[in-house]
Design a protein around this ligand. Sequence first.
Ligand code: ZN
Length: 131
Amino acid sequence: MNLAHIGIAVKSLDASAAVFEKIFDTKASEKEFVEEQKVNVRKIHLDNCDIELLEGTDPESPISKFIEKKGEGIHHVSFGVNDIQGSLDRIKNYGIKLINETPGTGADDMLVAFLHPKSTGGVLMEFTEHK
Ligand code: ZN
């Protein structure tokens, strides 16, 4: 398991990407729309993990709701796994609450599933696996 990315909710994707490009002295990825989450995503690729900038495209997007409640900030931390369904089943057996019991599709056509922050110290955690 590895740290895959840190998801940051932002109001303006392009404005934030421009700032992060300066901080990390690199170019952000092209904008990608993720239908399932109603978000636009741009990533900053670092050596050992990515920064995932997230902008809601709809008031019903989880990112839009997050910003409305808490403002901009860290939205989730994502961990790469080799067998996402196996990992979800394994931790579910311990009584750990999941938001997604089966994975959906996230940015870069990756399989993604969220754990419930009630079980993880208030931190929204995500598992992700390359298809
Ligand atoms: Zn993510």
